[in-house]
Design a protein around this ligand. Structure first.
Ligand code: C5P
Length: 237
């Protein structure tokens, strides 16, 4: 599926609802109001019952990124993808193994769901890959998996903003690049090691920015979200 050619700046911000309880997430969504159109639900909230929010957010006109990084036998991945599509998700993640990506891409056909592949987790360095039995280094494995993602027909990649421009060269214009590790100028890096401002990430070729703590741990989440969107808009021109 082709990404929208010109995505409105506000729709490029995906706020990670990394919160322990559904009630916390609902309160955050209420506080953010019209400032945020796209949310990400990951392990923490999903395993606390948060998948029930997907349909409710979708009914309220929001888009939802279901970030459960699926990886299993093809049939299991396909059935999982069908269920996420039925929930009303817009993005779902899988690990970038060809069998998994092919199953997911096929299963999402004719639904509104787009599949994003995670190439190599950014917490992995060369030593972690050797320990896990891989022969390729991080950048070679990222490039291989990006090419395979394109061949398998997935809709986009999750990548660091540093990788965005080289990955754009591999996957072309039709796949979405979704980048976490975004920090507005002056905000706390938290445990993110490689960070980029919203404007620089968009300039590097990112289509969507995933932002968690700078928004949800702020005293004024709505103001931070508005500031990020303004920065995206300024860069997008
Ligand atoms: O709070 P923060 O902005 O660091 O949150 C980033 C979000 O993006 C988290 O939900 C995290 O799981 C996700 N993520 C990440 N780094 C990656 C991939 C995903 O931080 N390499």
């Amino acid at each position: 599926m082709m990404p929208e050619l010109t995505i409105p700046p506000r729709d490029r911000l995906i706020v990670a609802l990394d919160l322990p309880e559904i009630a916390d997430a609902e309160a955050m969504v209420a506080r953010l109001g019209d400032s945020v159109t796209f949310y990400k639900i990951g392990y923490q909230l999903a395993y606390a019952g948060g998948l029930s929010l997907v349909g409710r957010l979708a009914d309220a006109g929001k888009k939802v990124f279901v970030d459960l990084k699926m990886h299993d036998i093809g049939n299991t991945v396909a059935r999982g993808v069908e269920s996420v599509a039925k929930l009303g998700g817009t993005f779902a993640t899988v690990h970038a193994y060809p069998q998994t990506m092919r199953a997911a891409a096929e299963a999402r056909a004719n639904s509104g769901l787009q599949i994003l592949a995670v190439t190599v987790l950014t917490s992995y360095d060369e030593a972690d890959l050797v320990e896990a039995g891989y022969r390729l280094g991080v950048s070679d494995l990222v490039a291989l998996r990006a090419r395979q993602a394109k061949e398998c027909g997935v809709d986009g990649l999750v990548c660091s903003a540093e990788e965005a421009s080289s990955l754009r060269g591999i996957v072309g214009e039709r796949m979405s690049l979704v980048t976490p590790g975004i920090r507005p100028a002056g905000s706390d890096a938290g445990d993110q090691k490689r960070i980029m401002t919203p404007a620089r990430a968009i300039k590097a070729g990112a289509d969507y920015l995933v932002v968690g703590r700078p928004v949800i741990a702020s005293d004024d989440p709505k103001a931070v979200a508005d500031q990020i969107v303004a920065e995206i808009a300024q860069q997008q021109g």
